[in-house]
Design a protein around this ligand. Structure first.
Ligand code: HMG
Length: 443
């Protein structure tokens, strides 16, 4: 393969890229060793990208290309999403403006709405268990697991001290190894021993901190158990890192007694039926993921923990009940591993900005706000679903996008949306016709 030319980042025609499936067999092999510009050239050649596509990839946004190239592999550009804020959140008496990054219309509006309706009762009260993550070392081929486990339990103090001596990277932040347990699990490959370490990761998300300690501990545990260590990895079902948030919504905000009953009916279905629960949880994660992204956190880990917890409990992660005065009290509880410090936060200036806007000082504070967002999101969705239906609010906000797509300027968008709603048709054709009418009227 050869790349000849001036390497210009914006203009494909200036670059003579010679694809060489024939030379090396696979043009994608070793892609990661190329420069970002070379990757773009290969992609352009193979997928027919033109100069305008490359210009789009090269548009430096708040995350500079050079920084993006150090965060992931095979980077060809950056990919922007709307960066929004949700006001109205009071959590443990403190006001928050919550940063959210999401492409789906009506999520930010719904979170703000759910939070606004909770203000009359003082907002959200939240609790955090502390930042204890659990990591697993899988040991196979251990003979007499029961005796070996007893021996490990007897030597626990020494093993814990050794594990903690490998926790130097989190010690300065108040972290360290705080516990250990052994479990045996019957699998299709036979009985296996798990040695699990509980590690306080302080204000980090903690995956790297945990995995580093596990990898250091594995060889010694092989010697102690006579087994072979396989996986050495944290679990996202982090039961030592549980957050909860609760709030009360006045019945007047929810359509009175009937509104409260309708929301309870909606929630009861999520408790009873896994098919409904999946979507119920999806709605909660709409909000929590958006905050995770905006603050540079690993939203896949957040998702994994939440869904695993729901499956583990065979229940919704939110619960609702009527208060004696007929208002609605809601609560969310889930494992949540998010951080306010760590490499990815430093690497992405947008994530640092998200953290600055939120102003959470610790991972616990961040987790408590995120749980509140999840609960607000769930309440707003259940209220809409059990009354006018989700499409009304959702489509009203989607209508703005359709109006803009039809060519409406910022000043014209609201009027076009109003006309589409009046015509009960949120479509590009309806937007175009509304636009024509408005512009005709002005002329
Ligand atoms: P509304 O009653 O028409 O709102 O609700 P409002 O005009 O009375 O405004 C109340 C507050 O909502 C506002 O306060 C804002 O905070 C917020 P104010 O600023 O006036 O002091 N708000 C907005 N924020 C930003 N942009 C807006 C906006 N409008 C209101 N345009 C609303 C309108 C859309 C909020 C309501 O219908 C709602 O909450 N709907 C739920 C929408 C939703 O849940 N969307 C998520 C996507 S659907 C989904 O995928 C999840 C789902 O499947 C989950 C599940 O099944 O459980 C539904």
């Amino acid at each position: 393969m050869a790349i000849v030319g001036n390497g210009s980042r914006t203009s494909i025609p200036e670059v003579l890229y010679v694809a060489s499936n024939t030379e090396e067999g696979n043009v994608w092999s070793g892609l990661y060793k190329k420069t970002l510009a070379e990757r773009q050239q290969i992609l352009a050649q193979e997928k027919g990208l033109d100069a305008s596509d490359i210009a789009l990839l090269n548009k430096d946004g708040p995350l500079p290309l050079a920084a993006a190239d150090t965060i992931s592999e095979n980077v060809i550009g950056t990919f922007a999403l709307p960066f929004s804020i949700a006001p109205n959140f009071i959590v443990n008496g403190k006001e928050y403006v919550v940063p959210m990054v999401i492409e789906e219309p009506s999520v930010v509006a719904a979170a703000s709405h759910g939070a606004k309706m909770a203000r009359a009762s003082g907002g959200f009260k939240a609790q955090y268990s502390g930042s204890v993550m659990t990591g697993q070392i899988q040991l196979v081929k251990v003979k007499n697991i029961s005796d070996v486990s007893k021996k490990l339990e007897a030597d626990k103090a020494a093993i814990l001290a050794e594990a903690d001596s490998n926790a130097g990277h989190i010690k300065p932040y108040g972290g360290g190894v705080v516990g250990m347990q052994t479990r045996s699990v019957m699998t299709s490959q036979g009985l296996m021993l798990l040695v699990e370490f509980n590690i306080n990761v302080a204000d980090a998300m903690g995956a790297n901190a945990v995995n580093t300690i596990l990898e250091k501990m594995a060889p010694g545990l092989e010697q102690r158990t006579g087994g072979e260590a396989r996986l050495r990895i944290l679990t996202n079902l982090c039961l030592g890192r549980i957050v909860s948030a609760s709030a009360t919504w006045k019945k007047e905000e929810l359509g009175g007694e009937a509104g409260v009953e309708a929301i309870l009916d909606a929630w009861a279905l999520a408790m009873a039926d896994p098919f409904r629960r999946a979507t119920h949880h999806k709605g909660i994660m709409n909000g929590m993921d958006a905050v995770a992204i905006a603050t540079g956190n690993d939203w896949r880990a957040v998702e994994a923990g939440a869904h695993a917890y729901g499956a583990f409990k065979n229940a919704s992660i939110t619960t609702y009940k009527k208060t004696p005065s007929g208002d609605l009290e809601g609560k969310i509880i889930l494992p949540l591993a998010v951080g306010t410090v760590g490499g990815s936060l430093k690497a992405n200036p947008c994530a640092a900005l998200g953290q600055k806007i939120l102003g959470a000082k610790t991972s616990g504070e961040l987790a408590m706000v995120m749980a509140s967002v999840g609960l607000a999101q769930n309440l707003a969705a259940l209220r809409a679903l059990s009354s006018e239906g989700i499409q009304k609010g959702h489509m009203r906000l989607h209508a703005r996008h359709i109006a803009a797509k039809a060519g409406a300027s910022e000043k014209e968008i609201d009027e076009v949306v109003k006309r589409m709603e009046a015509a009960n048709a949120v479509t590009e054709a309806s937007a175009a016709s509304a636009l024509k009418e408005i512009r005709g009227r002005k002329e």
